[in-house]
Design a protein around this ligand. Structure first.
Ligand SMILES: NC(=O)c1ccc[n+]([C@@H]2O[C@H](COP(=O)([O-])OP(=O)(O)OC[C@H]3O[C@@H](n4cnc5c(N)ncnc54)[C@H](O)[C@@H]3O)[C@@H](O)[C@H]2O)c1
Length: 327
């Protein structure tokens, strides 16, 4: 079985590629390397190129027979998406559509999409189930939601099977310390807190008067290896033609910004300083997933669900790679 992994040189894509190989898949990574890292895909078959270039994508599908596409390639910064909506729709929606079209043309039957909790916007109820309205509040969330909608129509029209996996906050690193998060710039809380610990710099807390137990925002941190495992299960769950799964992937437990900082102090033994900053527009007080449907459909549940293990693996990665991947 051969899978095309787009965005396979990025954080979640590279670790998923490794687990796919360990599960017996032949993996071909496609990445533009605009954000990804060559060092993260050493030893993989790699095609360099951009999914927005339709002829390039068609050429890739002429060159290889794929059984599945696992699609991570996207821009991921919510704030940037507000400033540059066209760029986000072009990459995340139009680029994704090029791949979907190529799958239909080439008869590739299985498509896994990296979707996101951002499709829910500001959900009224927590934990968030897949029944909650898709009401994104920024171009990033809409760009992903649009591709989900396109996949559902392509399932009906062409029998394409898909799984749209709505990740909450991906976190942690491969437990062996060789692969981890290296976004430039880094906007995710756990690597920001750990980098602040290393550098002796303060970390900003955006808002401390939310209606949460300690006043700081509560999020659902799901370990990257658990996310990767869910993709393999999703590919297995799509063996019949024309199935469509929309599934949340989260830890099911929420942790506040303050709890993350306290846990990071414990793990690192460093007294991390904080500075208070104003709340950011569009930040929901609490975002926690119900992953019950993923448990039922895929038999998936997070194994690395403790905040300590998530932070420990991230710290191991950062300690051994203070400057990230050496590209
Ligand atoms: N990190 C999270 O917490 C999180 C949460 C929800 C959803 N997601 C989704 O998961 C996916 C992976 O996220 P990540 O954190 O690994 O991001 P990442 O930036 O580390 O990886 C994305 C990869 O896609 C590549 N890429 C981007 N545009 C491309 C294009 N046009 N053509 C070819 N390659 C392209 C980049 O070079 C990069 O290697 C994204 O689709 C993201 O929206 C991530």
């Amino acid at each position: 079985m051969r899978a095309l992994v787009t965005g396979g040189a990025g954080y979640i894509g590279s670790i998923t590629s490794r687990l796919l190989v360990e599960a017996g898949w032949d993996v071909v990574v496609l990445d533009s390397f605009e954000k990804g890292h060559r060092a993260a895909v050493k030893g993989f078959e790699v095609i360099e190129g951009d999914i927005r270039e339709r002829e390039f994508v068609e050429g890739v599908f002429r060159r290889y027979d794929f059984d599945a596409v696992v699609h991570f390639a996207a821009y991921i910064e919510v704030g940037e998406s507000v400033e540059q909506p066209v760029r986000y729709f072009q990459n995340n929606f139009c680029g994704g559509l090029n791949l979907v079209d190529a799958c239909i043309e080439a008869g590739v039957g299985r498509f896994v999409l990296s979707s996101t909790a951002a499709v829910y916007g500001m959900p009224r109820e927590v934990p968030v189930t897949e029944e909650a309205p898709a009401a994104a509040i920024n171009p990033y969330g809409h760009s992903k939601r649009n591709l989900e909608i396109a996949l559902e129509y392509c399932r009906r029209a062409h029998g394409l099977s898909y799984a749209a996996l709505r990740y909450f906050n991906a976190a942690g690193a491969h437990p062996d310390g060789t692969m981890g998060e290296d976004h430039r710039p880094e906007s995710h809380l756990i690597p920001r807190v750990l980098t602040a610990a290393r550098e002796g710099a303060p970390v900003a807390i955006y808002g401390s008067a939310y209606p949460t137990p300690d006043g700081t925002c509560v999020r659902d941190y799901v370990h990257v290896v658990d996310l990767a495992s869910a993709h393999i299960l999703a590919l297995d769950a799509m063996s019949e033609e024309g199935c469509g799964h929309v599934l949340n992937l989260g830890n099911g437990r929420g942790f506040s910004v303050q709890q993350v900082i306290n846990a990071a102090r414990e793990v690192t033994g460093i007294d991390i300083k904080v500075v208070e900053a104003p709340p950011r527009p569009g930040d929901a007080p609490e975002l926690v997933a119900s992953s019950q449907k993923a448990q039922e459909v895929l038999g998936w549940w997070p194994r690395f669900d403790g905040l300590d293990i998530i932070i420990e693996t991230a710290w191991r990665w950062l300690e051994s790679h203070p400057d990230g991947y050496e590209d």
